[in-house]
Write a protein that binds this ligand. Structure first.
Ligand code: PGA
Length: 251
């Protein structure tokens, strides 16, 4: 279960496009007072507007990692509306979510761009969290393992084997309010296929309609090293409860 280079399990949430600064600070203040179970690495991924405010309360080097939901692959320049990895680093982010299915579906995030962003993150010492997952049609066609493996291969092209990269397997059909929660049987083959792709063991987090009801069963899938959560962790109590389940399942 454990990855040699890091914690035995991960619990993270992306707030997506939710939370005012006041709400973000309130959530972060609660996390700052939690005694985290050993071996579990919690992380929160606020919207860009709140990274600095959250990182003031949960500073780099502390028990809770702060991340960014996206960043450009160039370090600076004429890219209106974009933010760079050095900028999110400056704001206090030490993890970068890359290639979430909502970005792939709505914002033209291709495998090539995902790869550029992974390399940009690694250049600046930011931990990439690469999101991959097949859609409902690909699953129905029996192509889940092939599609997701190919996304991972593309994301990691040219990346040194020793580079620390987290993978989040998030089947598109399982994400969000219209999603169907995946069962352990649904995900076991894909997780097994990507956990050692290219001969390097990498932590795999599962994401997509994770809740207090299914978290333990998903954590019990071989090679699942953590959970990446949306809606069920948008209230801080949900995040803390899920962290406790992850801790329990990883000992
Ligand atoms: P959800 O989102 O938990 O709300 O389904 C998961 C994700 O998009 O990472």
């Amino acid at each position: 279960m454990s990855d040699d280079a890091g914690p035995s399990a991960w619990i993270g949430t992306s707030w997506k496009m939710t939370k005012t600064l006041a709400q973000a600070r309130e959530y972060a203040r609660v996390l700052a007072d939690v005694s985290w179970p050993s071996g579990v690495q919690p992380f929160v991924v606020p919207p860009a507007t709140a990274i600095a405010a959250v990182a003031e309360i949960l500073p780099p080097g502390g028990p809770v990692l702060v991340g960014a939901q996206d960043a450009h692959w160039e370090d600076e320049g004429a890219w209106t509306g974009e933010i760079s990895v050095p900028q999110v680093w400056d704001a206090g982010a030490r993890l970068l979510e890359i290639g979430h299915s909502e970005r792939r579906a709505h914002f033209g995030e291709t495998d090539e761009r995902v790869n550029l962003k992974v390399r940009a993150a690694l250049r600046h010492g930011v931990l990439p969290l690469v999101c991959v997952g097949e859609d409902a049609e690909q699953r129905a066609a029996g192509a889940a393992v092939e599609v997701v493996s190919s996304q991972v291969r593309a994301a990691l092209a040219g990346v040194p084997e020793t580079a620390r990269v987290l993978l989040a397997y998030e089947p598109v059909w399982a994400i969000g309010s219209g999603g169907r929660p995946a069962s352990p049987d649904d995900i076991v083959d894909v997780v097994a296929a990507i956990a050692d792709l290219g001969g390097t063991a990498r932590p795999v987090l599962y994401g997509g309609s994770v809740s207090l009801d299914n978290a333990a069963a998903l954590m019990a899938v071989p090679r699942v090293n953590g959970l990446f959560v949306g809606r069920s962790a948008w209230q801080v109590e949900g995040f803390i409860a899920l962290a406790a389940i992850v801790a329990e399942c990883s000992t």
